[in-house]
Write a new protein. Structure first.
Lengths: 106, 430
């Protein structure tokens, strides 16, 4: 790779938003499949985060990033692992991870 | 600046933090008047505007002998605005009634016969030349991108704003990136869920972006960009509320904008200015100017006449909105097109790609009600023509207009940005 002619402008705020929103579209399309796949691993917020990060091959998350994701799963009420919770949070986690800075380099 | 992948990964953010050296020259005028609050709106007429139908030499008989009724605007209908320094009587297209009011208010100046030597007839090449301000090497950065590169770090992500789907070359720099925000309403964070869950996602994404690991500079760079994107969303959302509000309401425009693309783009620009985004350069495009056939310059609402109607309504509404809100003196609109069109009508009731065109400067700071330069004499063989008298020969290098804008409005030295001294002391439109 010989670099980018336009330097750092290859990565713009508009481009980053587009990547995040593309990740949203991917996660939306797979919402129900993600719920079904994650159901058996959704005993706790932590186990759900582990399941999604493993599926997306994001093993290098820092403890702070991981805590952010666990807090996200806990947001909105106590975790019970209900169908509705898994549906929302599995898709939400897939979106967050595929739209994250780390994932742009996977 | 060219960055290799290795440099990018190794150097991370610091590789791109180019130190800023203040330009040696800053116009005293610009500095005195507070360049930081100013905004520049570039209005691009895409396709090659037929300048001879915008500003009509209605006393030049050759205009009427070389063109038919579809491409020659009737002398009886033009809006007369006086004569240029050579005594050529000129008038605006009859649909430009609002621009005539702006002219009368002293806020519109027209620069005639703008262009460059050996004008390209290619839309792409011509646009690139006008974008880079370099007729010889037109594949590099844009002249306003290079201006944005002179801003001190960190540069606001909204220092530039393209209202188009893609960022034009004009706004591409080496260091500063400009977002393409076609619609403030749709420039928003999306997620697979809605309501409170979407709010949780946004908060979590912000949290992830806040991680700037020192041992992963490439991730830090991307996360920093993500932070800027997320921060920008709320500001653009603020503009979206302006765009969505009804005209005349407390939080909305002071006048009603049209529903056409140009009006909506200018409405967003007005919203950004009114809401104090601090954007220095906006880019607005309106298309349809490649009038090879059925130009219909005299019809009530077709062809070129319709183009002029859209232009007139959009610009006049924008002008009135900013004037009503006391922001006109901080705003300069500069209009251009990639070339003018041929003098004679073609066989399809239209005009083909030509050479010299015209530029307009509009806004409170403009030394208006003035025609800069001289109109071409359309008699075959006249030295104001070229290419076997088929085209208007340029008189004012377009880079002279850019130089004036850079030196006297944006408050930077135009010479390094334009790679040459194109200052024209007679070009006092601002």
């Amino acid at each position: 790779v010989n670099g980018w002619d336009l330097g750092p402008t290859w990565f713009t705020t508009g481009g980053m938003l587009a990547r995040m929103n593309f990740a949203s579209a991917l996660a939306s399309n797979q919402r129900f499949a993600l719920r079904d796949a994650a159901r058996s691993s959704a005993g706790t917020p932590d186990s759900l985060v582990t399941f999604i990060t493993d599926r997306l091959s994001l093993s290098g998350l820092s403890s702070g990033e991981r805590a952010t994701l666990v807090n996200y799963v806990n947001a909105g009420g106590a975790w019970t692992g209900s169908e509705a919770q898994v549906l929302n949070k599995a898709g939400g986690l897939a979106h967050l991870l595929t739209g994250s800075g780390e994932f742009q380099f996977v | 600046m060219k960055v290799t992948r290795r440099e990018f990964v190794r150097g991370g953010v610091t590789a791109f933090t180019v130190s800023f050296a203040a330009p040696a020259f800053i116009s005293d005028l610009a500095r005195a008047q507070g360049a930081s609050r100013r905004s520049l709106v570039i209005l691009y007429l895409n396709g090659g505007n037929d300048a001879l139908s915008t500003l009509i030499p209605y006393t030049d008989n050759f205009y009427y002998t070389r063109r038919g009724v579809g491409t020659a605007v009737a002398a009886s209908s033009v809006i007369q605005i006086g004569s240029d320094s050579a005594g050529n009587q000129l008038g605006l297209h009859p649909r430009l009634t609002g621009l005539k009011q702006i002219w009368d208010a002293g806020d519109l100046a027209i620069i005639q016969r703008t262009g460059y030597q050996n004008s390209s007839r290619s839309h792409f090449q011509g646009t690139d030349i006008w974008s880079t301000a370099n007729p010889q090497n037109y594949s590099g950065t844009g002249w306003l991108g290079r201006y944005l590169d002179t801003l001190p770090s960190p540069v606001d992500p909204l220092a530039g704003w393209a209202t188009t789907r893609e960022v034009p070359r004009t706004l591409m720099g080496n260091r500063v990136s400009v977002p393409a925000i076609q619609s403030p309403a749709t420039y928003a964070f999306q997620g697979p869920n809605s309501g409170a869950e979407l709010t949780f996602s946004r908060a979590a994404m912000t949290g992830l972006a806040s991680h700037l690991p020192a041992d992963k500079p490439h991730v830090s760079f991307v996360n920093g960009t993500m932070q800027a994107a997320l921060n920008t969303l709320d500001r653009v959302g603020n503009v979206a509320t302006y765009v969505a509000a009804a005209a005349g309401t407390q939080n909305g425009p002071s006048v009603a904008y049209g529903n056409d693309g140009l009006s909506q783009a200018l409405k967003a620009v007005a919203g950004a200015i009114v809401r104090g985004m601090g954007t220095k350069v906006f880019w607005v495009t309106t298309g349809g100017y490649d009038t090879h056939a059925q130009q219909n310059a005299n019809s009530a609402n077709q062809g070129y006449s319709n183009l002029m109607g859209v232009l007139n309504n959009g610009v006049t509404t924008f002008y009135n909105d900013l004037r009503n809100q006391g922001l006109l003196n901080d705003t300069l609109i500069v209009q251009f097109s990639e070339f003018g069109r041929r003098i004679s009508e073609n066989g399809s009731g239209g005009t083909d790609h030509g050479a010299g065109g015209l530029m307009m400067a509009i806004g409170g700071p403009v030394n208006g009600q003035q025609l800069f330069g001289t109109a071409a004499n359309l008699q075959p063989g006249h030295p104001t023509l070229e290419n076997n008298s088929g085209d208007v020969r340029f008189e004012t290098d377009f880079r002279s207009v850019y130089a004036r804008v850079l030196d006297n409005w944006l408050g930077v030295d135009s010479v390094p940005i334009l790679n040459g001294n194109f200052r024209n002391p007679g070009l006092t439109f601002i």
